[in-house]
Design a protein around this ligand. Structure first.
Ligand SMILES: NC(=O)c1ccc[n+]([C@@H]2O[C@H](COP(=O)([O-])OP(=O)(O)OC[C@H]3O[C@@H](n4cnc5c(N)ncnc54)[C@H](OP(=O)(O)O)[C@@H]3O)[C@@H](O)[C@H]2O)c1
Length: 292
């Protein structure tokens, strides 16, 4: 089986490269070899590879910058994934794609299920939601995994930010009113590719039976403050000893260009029951990741 992974340098793509190579002949690429602001070029590239499965980890993930770079965010998160999905429909190629908890407005104040109606409140969330819709409307064989607060030791994730802040500050002020599911990129890569190994030659059957949208994020949920506490407590002594106090703050204390949903934690029961797995708890995953 030839697998094409798009976005191999990102947090998720880097880890997925290290799981998907077990399951077939893997071609893993990222910018500038593929540029999602140029949909025609991406489709031409895919035609040349002629894959049996596409795993799309490419995304425009800078939530604040997206408020200014709306067109770029829409191209990368919506238009090009939509074109990839059209290619997949035409050629009967299954597509694995990712979306975000930021499709929700955070007003529910309880875990969001796949049945809840999205209402994104920032450009990033809108671009990801319209990307989901483009894939669904294409009617290609697909699974879309909505995830949340992805972290790894690669640049960009929250854990990496806390480490950088901790190296330079005795006092950290962290918001306690943003609540979500911290999701280790490695765990996400493993769980989002498990079935690829299991279904072997029966990809068609798998995607016709299991096609659809799933919430897939770290088990349980936490505020940014609770998460930071666990991160700092598990950092090497030379960093954790610098941080003398962690102070809870409010989102309104840190104005940002993009609004964020305050409670966006996802209910992942549909994934757990369909794929017969128990998703590890966020705290356990955070500690294990920091051991590396
Ligand atoms: N990060 C989160 O907290 C979070 C939360 C919820 C959902 N998600 C979703 O989870 C998935 C994985 O996220 P992640 O954290 O792994 O993202 P990431 O680390 O930002 O990786 C995204 C990848 O896409 C690439 N990319 C960006 N613009 C591109 C373009 N124009 N052409 C080609 N490649 C381009 C990036 O390349 P460069 O590095 O060269 O820019 C990077 O390799 C995404 O679908 C994201 O929307 C993430």
């Amino acid at each position: 089986m030839k697998i094409l992974l798009l976005g191999s340098n990102g947090q998720l793509g880097y880890e997925a490269t290290r799981t998907l190579f077990c399951y077939g002949d893997l071609v893993a690429v990222d910018y500038p070899d593929i540029d999602f602001t140029k949909p025609d070029q991406v489709i031409k590239f895919i035609e040349e590879i002629n894959p049996d499965l596409i795993y799309n980890a490419v995304a425009y993930t800078d939530v604040d910058k997206a408020e200014q770079e709306t067109e770029k965010a829409m191209l990368v998160n919506c238009h090009t994934p939509g074109e990839v999905a059209n290619y997949c429909k035409k050629n009967n190629v299954p597509l694995i794609h990712f979306s975000t908890d930021y499709v929700f407005d955070g007003q529910k104040k309880a875990l969001y299920t796949e049945e809840d109606i999205p209402n994104p409140i920032n450009v990033y969330g809108k671009s990801k939601f319209t990307g989901e819709q483009a894939i669904i409307e294409s009617q290609c064989p697909h699974v879309i995994f909505r995830t949340s607060w992805v972290y790894s030791m690669r640049a960009g994730g929250f854990v990496k930010k806390v480490i950088n802040w901790g190296q330079n500050n005795e006092e950290l002020r962290i918001v306690d009113d943003q609540i979500g599911n911290p999701t280790w990129a490695r765990m996400l890569a493993i769980l989002s590719t498990l079935f690829v190994g299991n279904c072997d030659q029966n990809l068609d059957q798998f995607f016709s039976e299991k096609k659809g949208l799933y919430h897939l994020a770290g088990g349980g949920y936490a505020s940014r403050f609770e998460w930071t506490k666990v991160i700092v407590e598990n950092l090497p002594e030379e960093i954790s000893s610098i941080v003398k106090s962690l102070i809870p703050a409010k989102t309104s204390n840190f104005p940002t260009p993009a609004r964020r949903p305050l409670f966006s934690a996802l209910d992942c029961l549909k994934f757990e029951s369909t794929f017969n797995v128990k998703i590890p708890n966020w705290e356990k995953s955070t500690k294990l990741m920091l051991e590396n």
